[in-house]
Design a protein around this ligand. Structure first.
Ligand SMILES: [Zn+2]
Length: 116
């Protein structure tokens, strides 16, 4: 499962961040996942729940924001926003589109708790 290796990398990053600031608990993790990122949000959630046990993020909540595909038509210059992966302009039907958004997988936010 592709998602499991993404989550493994994510946890490396999280533990590094937590270590830097001396946090002993991760409470929230927010990811932005584009429809074209090749990642299935539901699988990401499952992988996160499996992986978080016995880590600083054991009680953390994972929030996944799905980013639709945003494209600019090279023919009529209109913007098309889609939640599926059909690459045609909604206005003129052209397939000459420039992808602006929807391919990303970003760690947007982490909330940590630091006990004195
Ligand atoms: Zn168009």
């Amino acid at each position: 499962m592709h998602e499991l290796s993404i989550i493994a990398n994510l946890f490396e990053l999280l533990e590094e961040q937590a270590g830097k600031v001396g946090a002993n608990k991760i409470t929230l993790v927010k990811l932005k996942v584009g429809v074209l990122s090749g990642v299935v949000p539901e699988l990401l959630q499952t992988a996160f729940d499996i992986y978080k046990k016995d880590t600083l993020a054991a009680e953390a909540e994972l929030v996944i924001e799905k980013v639709p595909l945003r494209m600019i038509c090279q023919n009529c210059h209109q913007e098309t926003i889609r939640n599926d992966i059909i690459f045609t302009c909604s206005f003129c039907g052209s397939s000459q589109l420039e992808k602006k958004e929807g391919t990303e997988l970003i760690l947007e936010k982490v909330e940590l708790e630091i006990d004195e």
